[in-house]
Design a protein around this ligand. Structure first.
Ligand code: G
Ligand code: G
Ligand code: MN
Ligand code: NA
Length: 256
């Protein structure tokens, strides 16, 4: 509870920051996207993991203010990097089911239009379970994104209630294979089969695939051989502060 109260002031006190983890094209081995990930630097407790404070932010309703702030940061950095590269650079932003169901004074699409950032610079990462929600505000937002050109990724794919029918219905752009399947894929034939099958199905449905949690060269090579489009993980880089990410991107890691 104390943490929940402190979270209230954390945004104002500049204790929150957005880190960026590169996503690489597995053929060219270049950075082609990034995922925005929230960090809380607490003055006494040090760095607090989002897995710990995002549930708090959701219970207290603060997730909307915090989530909008992450999104705006991501949009600003994506705009800057696109102009430095002279080509569109996309940043993925996580949006939890609670955020999806909440009322928004201004939609993300409207915000991008107002500040003049092309919607192609943002993708939204949602979890599979959200697609089972029959509320109009979920499908409404997904269709609004689709219409505007904001791409949509299914995060942690394979761990929730998966249904290829939902993927088709909502016209999704990316599947992110959950890192639990990647972790043991070199040793565990079942995990490797699952990862490879996700890649085949996704491609047949016209979706691109991002493997999460790539930590070894062996995993990367198995994924590349299976035709996986993109990879993200500690093998390439941890999530980085924006300035460090920019250095990586512009020092030749970028797609240009
Ligand atoms: O960065 P890390 O692996 O610690 O993230 C842990 C979890 O927190 C991940 O599931 C990630 O999706 C989630 N997360 C990180 N940043 C955000 C954010 O800005 N909004 C939401 N809703 N979730 C986030
Ligand atoms: O659920 P989501 O995909 O949004 O979570 C992203 C989280 O995964 C981030 O918190 C990030 O720190 C973590 N992560 C990124 N790459 C790796 C990796 O290679 N291994 C592990 N174990 N975690 C990773
Ligand atoms: Mn994610
Ligand atoms: Na994930």
């Amino acid at each position: 509870l104390r943490l929940a109260n402190e979270l209230r002031g954390a945004l104002r006190a500049n204790q929150l920051s957005v880190y960026f983890q590169p996503v690489l094209d597995l053929r060219s081995r270049k950075v082609v996207k990034a995922e925005a990930l929230l960090r809380w630097q607490h003055p006494q407790l040090g760095s607090i993991d989002p897995a710990q404070f995002i549930p708090l932010a959701e219970e207290t309703g603060m997730i909307n203010a915090i989530g909008d702030w992450v999104f705006r940061e991501a949009a600003a950095w994506a705009q800057r990097w696109s102009s430095k590269l002279g080509a569109p650079f996309q940043v993925g932003v996580n949006k939890s089911p609670v955020q999806f169901l909440a009322h928004e004074d201004e939609s993300w699409v409207a915000y991008l239009q107002r500040i003049g950032v092309p919607p192609q610079h943002i993708s939204v990462e949602i979890t599979e379970g959200l697609l089972l929600n029959t509320s109009g505000s979920v499908s409404g937002k997904l269709f609004e994104y689709r219409d505007a050109g904001i791409q949509v990724a299914i995060d942690d794919f394979g761990t929730g209630y998966s249904s290829m029918a939902y993927l088709k219905k909502f016209d999704i752009d990316y599947l992110k294979i959950d890192r639990s399947f990647i972790r043991d894929m070199a040793a565990d034939e079942a995990d490797r089969t699952i990862a490879e099958s996700i890649i085949v199905m996704a491609h047949r449905l016209g979706l691109k695939v991002i493997a999460e949690g790539v930590e070894s060269r062996e995993q990367m090579e198995l994924l590349a051989a299976a035709g996986c489009d993109y990879g993200q993980g500690f093998l390439f880089s941890q999530p980085l502060p924006a300035a460090d990410f920019e250095q990586l991107l512009l020092s030749g890691g970028g797609s240009g």
